[in-house]
Structure formats: structure tokens, C-alpha cells
Write a protein that binds this ligand. Structure first.
Ligand code: ATP
Length: 696
């Protein structure tokens, strides 16, 4: 079909929609006139909204607020765009919002907003048992006879002309059956007030004579545009609206202090974290910090969050821990000179002068192991004197260090520090320590009402202390989300080391995997089956854990080729065979940046479009995602390709017992980490997991 043909089809469709709207509007106006019990203002607004009932919306009018005898709710509206709690106002003066307060005619009107929020809370409670997340319930204040489009916290203020188009432009959240079930449920929970309710409008479908476009009641232009826009809108993903009732309960829970949500890969921890952020943003006027260790994840999460809960998106800061800490220090006037390369040179020199020929080489001759010891155990835990290091439990480090070894490590640490200071630079750990000192020193209150930490197991102890310092033990202040099995960095900590006390029901575990098919999960679990791990609550947990699966099919494709060239060709063939549009949901993940470079060149030569994970921000892009296992943390894709996935593991085997006998403890620790990283990469796959290897 040529461009001219589709343009004429579009014009035809626009004319048809306009005719339909006109008919619906006429009928709605008649219906509203007959509606005696309502106030004039409500009638005018209802005339607008009755049109929506022809488009799959349900309008409940003048309902009793549950638990009260006399208080009423003007309107509840349920449709593809979600659940809306409406308070209709027929004020003599126009509403004004300034400094988070509502006024009209110079008089404060905040009590109206407070009442609407309270009713909204009741509606959220009513639909929670159906698994509807609070993000799908939105309060609206609608002003008869006025043109308004403003926000007051989470409340949207709209004029009678704006309300119809605004609701039609909402992204599609609910399917037709859900609309029906939710409206039926709300009808029961919010009973008729005085028998004056309008259920579903029964509008006569007959054609009516043409009317002028605007007659004060109805803005046909606005609605027409919204209808066309509505047609273009793809539905938002199910998880953005519906959660399992247990997840909804976690999202809405009132916690008296710091809380933690854990659970194996793919069990919806991030989903709960995001809904919790939206819930808290709606309940408080403060800001929420949503933080992870990885740099690229906040961008993706922020995109999802904006789609899911646009009304409060501006009050949630999605940040990586280090970038947030740097900005925090800058705002507080604390000088930071972060310079990774110069810090690395300082360490190399320290190793040359003090480490290489010391007793440390007996345990592991590779400087990297000792760099990690300094980064994750000494500086990561904020240790500044040898006495503390001499006795510190070195969590998740397998080697046993006796006193002379610890002394040798300390000498290396001191040499590194003095060379670093000499060069006038900071490393990443310094940034967090400085921020912790500053946050502890600040007495002017936190900028945040709540802090949510995702993938908490990736942080160092100092990082966790820093985030804890921002909100302390305030109710609903700190939420830690993560899974110790997905630890991909050396070392570790326990919450008790950080002085964080998670009691009773403040520690929750999710157990249903919503992401991976059984085949994929079994393949991933086989890699870490023998790797029991210490979680941050101190519990020793076996590698194979109890997980409930949601039924969906999946496939593990194993490809072994004798040479790298043939292996890579098999990868290209698999990527080229992807159906149209499938590239957007495919990712090639590699264990190292070097391997990423290799596959970037390979895919470029094959003219397969690539989007590096560093640039991926959660918006769909028709290109294969490419990045390291570490960069893929927290993300998911329908198809995941892991070329040479076993190359870095002992004997090329991902299972834990390969090569154990001759390996040193530090080598075994490294292998365990590599298996954890591979496990994380494998569990990113939803439908297809492609595992490539070169078997000579
Ligand atoms: N109630 C639900 N119904 C359907 N799908 C869900 C539900 N909860 C979560 N999901 C889906 O499950 C998948 C995994 O969710 P999420 O990324 O939050 O898990 P996670 O526990 O954070 O995973 P990981 O630790 O592996 O990063 C996502 O595709 C999400 O949309």
C-alpha cells in the first residue's frame, strides 16, 4: 500500500471517529441532563465522562465512602487508563497551586486535597486484593466550568474540558476484563450513596444531527486528538499495573524501621522496589532516592518508572551510588579528585615496592587479589587502623590470612595510601568514605524521605552505611533489595556489621520466579549448585534454592564448535535468523570488556546493529544489546547469547567441582565469583538462552 493510500485511510478513520464522538457526546449530554440528583457541576463533568463509558470505561457516581455514614465520593472511574478517584468542584474562584498548597479566591483549600487523598487510599486498599498496584489508582480534582491542568503532589487538577482528553491519553493499563472486575469490586466496596448512582451509561447508538464543535460543555477538538493518540498507545507492561497480592502487600506495608526484600533471581524484587518507590512518593512530600551500584541500571529503571508512574516520577532520583555521592560532596563543598588511573598507578608502585616480594606472594602472586583486599575489605569496610584489620572477619574471602600476612597487607595498604595522597587523588572508596563522613556530620536533616537500594549485595559496607546514614532508622526510611547469590564482587558484609537491624517481618523473601523458564533456570542453577553463599543477613544459603516457577516455555541452546571462527559464525547465524523486531529483545553478554570488544567488531562487520549496554536506557531500540555480565545486572532480555561462556572457567567447565583439587583458595574464590557472574548472565534470559563454547 502506497503512502497516499494509507493517508486516505487515516483521514477516513479520523472522520469516522469524529462522527462517533459527536453521537456519543449528544447522547451523553442528554443523559447528564436527566441526572437529577447530581449538582450542576457534577452534571457538567459527568457529561464529559459519560462519553468515556462508550469506550470501555465504567463510571460510578456519588458513592459512599466505606467506613463512614455520611461522607461521599463524587465519582470513581475505571477504564483502560486505570482507576481514577474524582472530586468534582464547582468553585466560584479558580483553583491556584503554589508551594504545594491549594488556594481559591485567596482562601486555603488544602482540606479538599487531604480528603481526596484519603479516599484514594481507601480505593487503593479496595483494589489491592485483586493484585492492582497502587500506581494504577490516581486522584483527580475536576473543576466545572474552568480550564485547568495542574498538579498538586500526586493529585491532578483538571478543568471539565481537559478531563476527557487527559483520561483518554493515559497509557493503557487495564484490559477489558480487568476494568469489569475492578469496577464490580469497587461498586461493592463503595456502595450507592443515595440511589443516585450512574452505573454504565446506556447511550443510544443512533446518529444525531450535527452540532457546532464547541458549545461550552464539550471540547470536541481536544477529545478527537486524544482519541487518535489513544489508538497509537501500546499497552504498558502487565507488571506495571498488576502484582501478586503478596507483592502488593509488601509495596503498601508500613515498616517501623529499615527493611529488606530478598529472593532468588527473577522473583520480582526490582518490580516491588519500583512500586514501593511510587507508593512512598505518593504518601510523602519528600524525595525518594533509588540507588544501585551499577551505572547503567538507574537510567533503565528511571525509564520504566516514568512510564509506570508519571505523576510522581520527578520526585524519585534514580542514581548510581558513586555518582550520587560525588554530587552530594560537591553540593556540600567537599573537594573530591576522583582519578581512577592515577590511583591505579599508585597501587602498582606500592605493589612493586612493598607487595611483590613480601609474604603475600606465597598466597597469591597476582596483585589483583591484594588490590581487592584493600578495596573490599580494608577501605570497603572503612578500616583505618591495623588493630581493626587484624581481627576483622573477611566475609566471602576464602584464604585464611594469619597475622604476618595481615601485617603485609597493611604495609601494602599504607604504601598505596601515601602514594595516592602524594598524587593528590581519590579512589572510588574514598568518595564513599568522604560522603559517609559528611552525611554523618550533617545535622540539617536528610534530603530524602526514603532510600531504596537495589542489588544491595554489590555495595561495600561503607556504601551501605552511607545510605543508612541518610535516613537512619526512620519508619519506611531504608529498604534494601537484593540477593546474595548474585554477588559479583569480592568480599562482602553483613547487615549487622553496618548497624542495620532488620527484625521480624521487616525481612521478606520473594519465592516465585516470573522471568525464567524451567529449562533456563535449571541450566543456571547447575552452575552454582555447589556454591553455598553467605547472604547479607548472615545466613548460609545453599546454591540450589526453593523457587516456584510461573509456567512458560523456554529453550537452552548449546552450541559447541572446534574453533573460535566457527563458534562466532554460529553466533552470527543465530542473530541473523532472528525474526523482524526481535533484535530489540536480544542481548549478547560477555565475561570481560575485551570479549565485548571482540564481539562488537564481529557484529559490526556483519552489519548487525548493536546497542552497547552503556547506552541502553530502557527505551526499545532495534539493535542487539552488547555488554559485560556485570553491566547486565538487574536487566532482562527475551533472548540472551553467551558466546564462549565457559572459556574463563577451570577446564572450560562451568561446574564447581572441576579443577578443585589443585586450585589454591584464592583461585577457588575467583572461580566462584566467575560462576556467580555467569549465573547472573544466564538468569537474564527469559525465553532463549544460547550458550556457546569452543571445544577443541
Ligand atoms: N506479579 C508479577 N506478575 C508477572 N510478572 C512479574 C510479576 N512480578 C515481576 N514480574 C516480572 O518478573 C521479571 C523479574 O522481575 P524483577 O526484575 O523485578 O526480578 P528481580 O528479583 O529483581 O530479578 P534479579 O534479581 O534477577 O535482577 C520481570 O519481567 C517482571 O516484569
Amino acid at each position: 500500500m502506497g503512502a497516499g493510500g494509507s493517508a486516505s485511510r487515516r483521514a477516513q478513520e479520523a472522520r469516522r471517529q469524529e462522527r462517533l464522538l459527536r453521537e456519543q457526546w449528544q447522547a451523553a449530554r442528554r443523559q447528564a441532563r436527566q441526572w437529577e440528583a447530581a449538582s450542576e457541576g457534577e452534571r457538567l463533568v459527568a457529561a464529559q465522562l459519560l462519553v468515556l463509558t462508550e469506550r470501555g470505561w465504567r463510571l460510578l457516581v456519588d458513592r459512599r465512602w466505606p467506613g463512614t455514614r455520611t461522607a461521599n465520593v463524587d465519582m470513581l472511574l475505571v477504564g483502560p487508563g486505570g482507576v481514577f478517584v474524582l472530586d468534582v468542584k464547582n468553585w466560584r474562584s479558580a483553583p491556584e497551586v503554589s508551594g504545594g498548597r491549594l488556594h481559591a479566591g485567596g482562601e486555603p483549600r488544602d482540606e479538599h486535597a487531604a480528603k481526596l487523598l484519603a479516599v484514594t487510599k481507601a480505593a487503593e486498599g479496595a483494589v489491592a486484593s485483586l493484585g492492582l498496584s497502587p500506581v494504577a489508582v490516581q486522584p483527580l480534582m475536576v473543576f466545572a466550568g474552568r480550564r485547568v491542568d495542574a498538579t498538586l503532589g500526586r493529585i491532578r487538577l483538571l478543568g471539565e474540558h481537559e478531563v476527557g482528553p487527559a483520561l483518554l491519553s493515559e497509557r493503557c493499563r487495564l484490559r477489558r476484563e480487568s476494568v469489569r472486575a475492578i469496577a464490580d469490586h469497587l461498586e461493592r466496596v463503595f456502595p450507592d450513596y443515595e440511589g443516585s448512582a450512574v452505573g454504565q451509561a446506556s447511550l443510544p447508538p443512533t446518529a444525531l444531527p450535527q452540532q457546532p464543535e464547541a458549545d461550552g460543555l464539550f471540547d470536541l477538538n481536544g477529545l478527537r486528538e486524544a482519541v487518535l493518540e489513544e489508538a497509537l498507545q501500546a499497552p504498558i507492561e502487565q507488571w506495571m499495573t498488576f502484582l501478586h497480592p503478596d507483592q502488593v502487600a509488601l509495596v503498601r506495608r508500613n515498616w517501623s524501621g529499615p527493611a529488606r526484600i530478598s529472593g532468588p533471581a527473577g522473583t520480582g524484587k526490582t518490580v516491588v522496589g519500583l512500586h514501593r518507590a511510587a507508593h512512598l512518593a505518593r504518601r510523602t512530600s519528600g524525595r525518594i532516592l533509588y540507588v544501585t551500584f551499577a551505572n547503567n541500571l538507574p537510567r533503565v529503571q528511571s525509564t520504566f518508572f516514568r512510564t509506570m508512574s508519571p505523576a510522581v516520577a520527578d520526585r524519585v532520583d534514580f542514581r548510581s551510588l558513586h555518582s550520587w555521592a560525588q554530587e552530594f560532596l560537591q553540593q556540600r563543598g567537599v573537594q573530591v579528585r576522583l582519578h581512577g588511573e592515577k590511583a591505579e598507578t599508585a597501587f602498582s608502585l606500592a605493589w612493586k615496592h612493598v607487595g611483590r616480594d613480601s609474604r603475600l606472594a606465597e598466597i597469591d602472586p597476582a596483585s589483583r587479589y591484594w588490590r581487592e583486599e584493600i578495596d573490599h575489605v580494608i577501605k570497603g569496610r572503612g578500616l583505618t587502623d591495623f588493630e581493626a584489620y587484624a581481627t576483622v572477619p573477611r566475609r566471602r574471602r576464602r584464604t585464611i590470612l594469619r597475622q604476618p600476612h595481615r601485617q603485609a597487607v597493611w604495609a601494602l595498604y599504607e604504601a598505596y595510601e601515601s602514594l595516592r595522597v602524594e598524587r593528590g587523588v581519590h579512589d572510588f572508596n574514598d568518595v564513599l568514605s568522604l560522603a559517609l563522613a559528611e552525611a554523618t556530620r550533617c545535622t540539617d536533616g536528610s534530603r530524602y524521605a526514603a532510600v531504596i537500594v537495589d542489588e544491595v549485595q554489590d555495595l561495600t559496607l561503607v556504601g551501605v552505611r552511607l545510605l543508612h546514614a541518610l535516613v537512619g532508622d526512620a519508619p519506611n526510611g531504608l529498604l534494601l533489595v537484593g540477593d546474595g547469590q548474585q554477588s559479583v564482587y569480592p568480599g562482602g558484609f553483613r547487615l549487622s556489621d553496618a548497624g542495620i537491624d532488620i527484625r521480624g517481618d521487616r525481612g521478606q523473601v520473594l519465592r516465585t520466579n516470573y522471568r525464567n523458564s524451567k529449562q533456563i533456570l535449571d541450566a543456571a542453577l547447575a552452575v552454582v549448585a555447589d556454591d553455598a553463599f553467605d547472604d547479607i543477613d548472615g545466613l548460609r544459603t545453599p546454591g540450589i534454592r526453593d523457587v516456584d516457577l510461573t509456567y512458560h516455555d523456554g529453550q537452552v541452546v548449546r552450541v559447541a564448535k572446534p574453533t573460535v571462527t566457527e563458534h562466532d559464525q554460529a553466533l552470527l547465524d543465530a542473530l541473523r535468523a532472528l525474526p523482524d523486531g526481535a533484535r530489540a529483545d536480544a542481548a549478547v553478554l560477555c565475561p570481560s570488556t575485551r570479549a565485548v570488544g571482540h564481539y562488537q567488531r564481529l557484529l559490526a562487520r556483519a552489519e548487525i546493529p548493536v546497542c552497547p549496554l552503556e547506552h541502553y536506557d530502557g527505551h526499545p531500540v532495534d539493535a542487539v544489546k552488547l555488554g559485560t555480565y556485570l553491566r547486565a545486572k538487574g536487566l532482562e532480555f527475551k533472548r540472551v547469547y553467551l558466546p564462549q561462556h565457559d572459556a574463563a572457567l577451570p577446564n572450560g567447565s562451568p561446574s564447581a567441582d572441576a579443577g578443585v583439587t589443585e586450585a589454591t583458595e584464592s583461585a577457588r574464590e575467583r572461580e566462584e565469583l566467575l560462576r556467580s557472574q555467569l549465573f547472573v548472565a544466564m538468569t537474564r534470559a527469559r525465553d532463549v538462552l544460547w550458550l556457546g563454547s569452543t571445544a577443541p
